[in-house]
Design a protein around this ligand. Structure first.
Ligand SMILES: NC(=O)C1=CN([C@@H]2O[C@H](COP(=O)(O)OP(=O)(O)OC[C@H]3O[C@@H](n4cnc5c(N)ncnc54)[C@H](O)[C@@H]3O)[C@@H](O)[C@H]2O)C=CC1
Ligand SMILES: CC(=O)C(C)=O
Length: 258
């Protein structure tokens, strides 16, 4: 299955992106690991190769459109096609609404919002050229369904990702390109280490307490692993999801409903 199909995952040197890369690699895709961090991108790609998965790594900063165009070009030069593009890279920011600065806002929007749009554009241009359809998959969040205290800027970026997903789905459907998003809850990656620290400072909590407080609301009684997200992304990347587009789906263990 998926022989000769190529998946690019941004921000896949670690965390959820790495989990997605491992799962899509198992599903038979050739995997392009891309990250702003060259060292982690190379390491993850080598790990996949050691598991028998065809893989390469390319450095790209998603906040620069030319990097994403070049990422797609380099992939096509090496493998001939792009079938799945996962806009996974994203950053967090913890701040109260009164303290968010213009500089902070520009940084997080440049990566989470502009970066996702640049990824959609670069992938769609290539997929349209190929004429065989494709799957564009974006990283949203529970914070794209409801905004959270101290995560105002981050939540705003994830609401925007949901908007890109809906618009791109409508505009690209005639080219047989589906566009969907995954919305995880609380995944124990380095992103949550930073959020835990930031919230801890604001709320006077010890290390780990903000994470635990958020985790209390999970119906299934445990926080998420990257593999929990990757299992769902595997479906979004497969023909089984061909009749689904424009959706930002909660995969959060039951934090939010509806
Ligand atoms: N960890 C969580 O609980 C949740 C995470 N998400 C989303 O999932 C995605 C992945 O998050 P995690 O794996 O937890 O984060 P992480 O911080 O562990 O990993 C993010 C990766 O993106 C890379 N990156 C950062 N800025 C970049 C840039 N400008 N260009 C290219 N790569 C860049 C980093 O080097 C890193 O490898 C993000 O979009 C995040 O918003 C959504 C919901 C929950
Ligand atoms: C990091 C993230 O999306 C949340 C809300 O946990």
């Amino acid at each position: 299955m998926n022989e000769n199909k190529v998946a690019i995952i941004t921000g896949s040197g670690q965390g959820i992106g790495k989990g997605i890369a491992e799962r899509l690699g198992k599903d038979g895709f050739t995997i392009v690991i891309s990250d702003i961090n060259e060292e982690s991108a190379n390491r993850t790609s080598l790990e996949l190769i050691e598991k028998g998965i065809e893989s390469s790594s390319f450095v790209a900063n998603v906040s620069k459109k030319e990097d994403l165009v070049s990422l797609v070009d380099q992939t096509v030069e090496k493998y001939g096609n792009v079938d799945v593009f996962v806009n996974n890279a994203g950053i967090d920011q913890v701040d109260s609404i009164l303290n968010i600065t213009e500089e902070d806002l520009q940084r997080i929007f440049q990566i989470n919002v502009f970066g996702t749009l640049f990824g959609i554009q670069a992938a769609a241009v290539q997929m349209k050229k190929q004429g065989t359809g494709g799957k564009i998959i974006n990283a949203c969040s529970i914070a794209g369904h409801r905004a959270y205290s101290l995560l105002g800027a981050y939540s705003a970026t994830k609401f925007a990702v949901k908007a890109w997903t809906q618009t791109a789905a409508q505009e690209l459907a005639s080219s047989k390109i589906t566009v969907n998003a995954y919305c995880p809850g609380i995944v124990g990656t380095s992103m949550w280490d930073r959020i835990d620290e930031g919230m801890g400072e604001y709320m006077g909590l010890e290390k780990g307490q903000a994470f635990e407080k958020f985790a209390e609301g999970i119906t299934l009684g445990r926080t998420q692993e990257p593999a929990d997200v990757a299992n769902f992304v595997s479906y979004l990347a497969s023909p089984d999801s061909d009749y689904m587009t424009g959706q930002a789906v909660l995969i959060d263990g039951g934090i939010l409903f509806g």
